[in-house]
Structure formats: C-alpha cells, structure tokens
Design a protein around this ligand. Structure first.
Ligand code: HMG
Ligand code: MG
Length: 305
C-alpha cells in the first residue's frame, strides 16, 4: 500500500461537533476547551460558525468565542461563513480562515442554506472575493458528496461541477463532506476518480461522518488515492441539523490512533487529545462514543492527567 508520510488533521468539533448539541454550552466552557485543543499539536481548528443565529443557536456566540480564546501561533482558527453578513462578523472577530459551504444536491442545499444551488453561487462568490481582499485564505465545503438525505445518491459529476465553480471563485482548499455517513470505499474511489484528473490532491480534504462506521475505511481508501488532509471531531461529536440521522464526524482520537499505528505522522499528540475529549465530555455531561474513549472507560481512566 502506498501511503503518505504526513497527514494534516483539521479539527472541526467546536463547530460541527457542537452545532448538533441541543444543550447550550457556555462560551467560557467552549473557550477553555478550545484552549486545550490548541495545545495538542493540531494546526487547524474550526472554532465556530457565523451563520444566522436563529438557525444554529448553539453557535450564536461565535464572536465571543473567537475573541476569547488564547491564540497559539501555530494554529489556524477558522469559521464557517454563509454570506457577507457572516463574513463581516467573522472578520471583526479576527478569524484566520473563512469557510464557505454548499451542497452537491438541491435538497440538502435548500434545507441547509435556504437557496437553490444556482442562487448560492453569487452569494459565495462575493464572500470569497471579499475574504481574499481582507487577506484571508478561504476553504470551500461541498456537502452530500456521496448521498443526500432528501435526493438520494449523488452522481460524482455533480460534485465536480460545484467544485469547479468554487475553485474558479478562488478557494484555496476544498473539503468534501460525506454528510450523512452512508458512503463506502468504492464510492469514495468513484468520487475521487472523477475529481483527481481535474484538481490537485493537495487541495482536497475529506470530511467523513461516521454514522455507519465506514469513515476509517473511507479514509484509508482516500489515503491510497493521495489525499493527505482529513477533517475529524474530537469524541466523534457532530452532525448536520439539516440532515436527519447524520451522526458525528470520524473521531479525531480514533483517526490519530490508526494513522500513528500505520506510521503516518500528524504532529498531534494522542494523549493530550484524549484529555481534551474528557474535558468536553464532562462539560456535555454524557459519554463520548469514540473507540479510544471507550477504552479509557474500560480501563477506569475517566480522568487522565
Ligand atoms: P435566511 O434565513 O434564508 O437568510 O438564511 P436571510 O438572508 O433571508 O436573512 C434572514 C435573517 O437572518 C435576517 O435578519 C438576516 O439579517 C439574518 P432579520 O432582517 O430577519 O432580522 N442573517 C444573519 N444574521 C447573522 N449572521 C448571518 C446572517 N445571515 C442572515 N450570517 C442562511 C440564510 C444561509 C444565513 C441560513 O440558512 C443559515 O444560517 N444556514 C446555516 C445552516 C448551518 O449552519 N448548517 C450547518 C453547517 S453546514 C454543515 O454542517 C456541513 C459540513 O459540516 C460539511 C458536511 O458534513 O457535509 C460543513
Ligand atoms: Mg460535517
């Protein structure tokens, strides 16, 4: 198996993880937790999102959180931005990188951002342009790259069409969201076969939700095909409130375990990651369901030091 020597992990739990949590987490608790994440060796943390707070009340405090965290120079602090109003808020709060997002399927795009795919392009185009003028790098997300909770399976060429539009706007990196976690490795292969002739593997990231336990298998397939950036969420937190039944992202600690055992370096320390996961576990008041966290519980190490 041909494998890369290094992989970049982009931690999305403070955004993708918390956006699906019903119980409001206090801003101070988010800040203390993100500060521990900043000390794990991660180089990228998606801190929050500047969406309409009526849609995602849990992240209504995005500005306070971004302004309240202790910045580590080696970390890029990013946030989701859906429109110019969100961009203005994100820039005012001092975001490092802006993430725009849309779906490859009409059903999810409409449900998630209240627009058709065609109506979304000019909105994102303006955000990318303004963000670039403000000197920020921009990440694009495409959701439902394999299947949509409303429209069913999504043909890879639909993903390519959206990807082409986003890259032509000037995004620096594209994250491919397997939003509902139904995908399996041969579907990932079909998707990347469609994309890799057109886009550089180093500009693509994979974002797998692990609803059916296939995320790690999909990551191994992606690694084999040359992808070296993966999104994950501590404790397997996460899900999209506008994709029923979608559970959390692949757990960062399970991904770290696998990559490190495969001899792939990430620069992220597993033990400090687990400590950080235990902190948010105590804040949320429920057990996180990653394999690594289950092992700690089985060993009676509910609070590692
Ligand atoms: P809308 O309600 O259609 O917007 O929302 P609107 O433009 O008609 O505005 C309605 C009101 O919202 C107005 O206020 C605006 O000012 C306000 P009013 O005049 O009624 O008082 N508003 C805002 N306020 C603050 N910040 C803003 C903002 N925008 C409008 N940015 C919109 C359109 C896109 C904003 C909305 O649909 C929205 O916020 N959607 C976000 C949904 C979301 O966050 N989903 C989860 C993230 S995506 C995801 O999880 C997938 C991913 O993980 C990858 C994967 O797994 O596939 C990335
Ligand atoms: Mg997601």
């Amino acid at each position: 198996m041909k494998l890369p020597k290094n992989v970049t992990i982009k931690e999305v739990a403070p955004r993708d993880g918390l956006q699906n949590e019903k119980r409001l987490v206090l801003s101070d608790d988010k800040i203390s937790w993100i500060n521990t994440l900043s000390e794990t060796g991660l180089s990228y943390i998606e801190v929050s999102s500047f969406v309409n707070p009526k849609w995602i009340p849990q992240l209504a405090d995005a500005s306070d959180v971004l302004k309240g965290i202790k910045r580590n120079k080696g970390v890029t602090y990013a946030a989701l931005v859906p429109n110019i109003k969100g961009l203005d808020r994100a820039l005012e709060a001092g975001v490092d990188e802006v993430s725009v997002f849309m779906s490859a399927s009409e059903g999810h795009n409409r449900s998630n951002i209240n627009k058709s795919i065609k109506e979304t392009y000019p909105v994102l185009e303006e955000v990318v342009k303004e963000a670039k003028m403000a000197g920020k790098t921009v990440r694009g997300y495409i959701s439902t790259v394999i299947a949509c909770p409303y429209d069913g399976y999504v043909a890879p060429f639909h993903v390519r069409e959206v990807a082409e539009r986003l890259f032509s706007m000037g995004i620096d990196e594209l994250s491919l969201g397997e939003t509902i976690g139904v995908g399996v490795p041969n579907q990932v292969e079909n998707l990347l076969d469609e994309l890799l002739p057109h886009f550089n593997a180093s500009q693509l990231a994979m974002h797998f939700h692990d609803t059916r336990g296939t995320a790690l298998a999909n990551i191994v397939k992606s690694l084999e095909m040359g992808i070296t950036t993966f999104d994950s969420a501590l404790g397997g937190l996460g899900g999209c409130p506008y994709a029923k039944g979608a559970s959390g992202n692949v757990a960062t600690e399970d991904l770290l375990y696998m990559l490190h055992e495969m001899g792939i370096e990430t620069g992220v320390d597993l033990k400090s990651t687990l400590k950080s996961a235990q902190l948010i576990e105590r804040t949320l008041g429920r057990s996180l369901k990653s394999r690594q966290m289950e092992i700690l519980r089985a060993e009676g190490k509910e609070r590692i030091s």
